[in-house]
Design a protein around this ligand. Structure first.
Ligand code: ADE
Length: 224
């Protein structure tokens, strides 16, 4: 898969070079690149933002540099993603769908966001999504893109060594994951649940399912 991120802070994507996603980039399972829209400006200050029409706080990213950046990257097989707190909620189902695509382009806003005509323009060129990573606001689209790229990339076949670990995890069956334990069996007076030491796999499966249900009820009643 090819992933591009259009951003005025490309260094914010450096964390993707670590761990399993970093390996996948190294092994060319994922081709990841950033593109700074400042390179498509023509003024001496390389201006990418301006004050909002209609007034209000902050600055809005201008359409011309982002439009040119999109022109240089996108074809009709691309999916263009605008991270935004105003977007549709990004979830595991969206991650799974996007993991099957050929080319993703993340367009990162800073400041108060992006001139909305860029989203309209993008949707004339390729499938376009506005996606939010949660009901809170962060300072720009970069870290939201990193979160989505990690969630999507780990679902690409070959990125995670043991694909079994993708089956039994939170949100795979509408419930959150059961708790995990490792050695030692007793630590600081806290014992690993007896059933996990029993070797009885039917009982372990039953216990884990009950834990999933209890945990989901407690932490995520909205999923029940
Ligand atoms: N940019 C700022 N906040 C965001 C959020 N919650 N999701 C995606 N992009 C964002």
């Amino acid at each position: 898969m090819k992933i591009d991120a259009i951003s005025v802070f490309p260094e914010m994507f450096d964390s993707l070079n670590q761990s399993l996603i970093g390996k996948a980039i190294e092994n060319e399972l994922i081709e990841f690149q950033t593109l700074n829209p400042r390179q498509f400006t023509s003024d001496v200050h390389k201006t990418v933002d301006d004050s909002p029409y209609g007034g209000g706080a902050g600055m809005v990213m201008k359409p011309e540099p982002l439009g040119k950046a999109l022109d240089s990257l996108v074809d009709s097989d691309s999916v263009i993603i605008f991270p935004s707190p105003a977007g549709k909620l990004f979830d595991q189902a969206t991650a799974k769908d996007l993991a099957t695509r050929q080319h993703l382009v993340f367009v990162c806003g800073r400041y108060e966001g992006i001139d909305q005509r860029v989203v309209e323009y993008a949707s004339t060129k390729a499938e376009t999504l506005e996606l939010s990573i949660g009901d809170y606001v962060i300072n720009g689209g970069e870290m939201a893109s990193v979160v989505m790229i990690e969630a999507i990339s780990r679902l690409i076949p070959g990125v995670i060594g043991n694909s079994d670990s993708l089956i039994e995890e939170s949100h795979e069956d509408g419930l959150v994951e059961y708790p995990s334990y490792t050695k030692p069996a007793s630590w600081n007076g806290l014992d690993v649940p007896e059933v996990l030491l029993s070797g009885n796999h039917a009982e372990i499966d039953k216990w884990r399912k009950l834990q999933q249900i209890d945990r989901t009820k407690k932490n995520r009643p909205d999923l029940i």
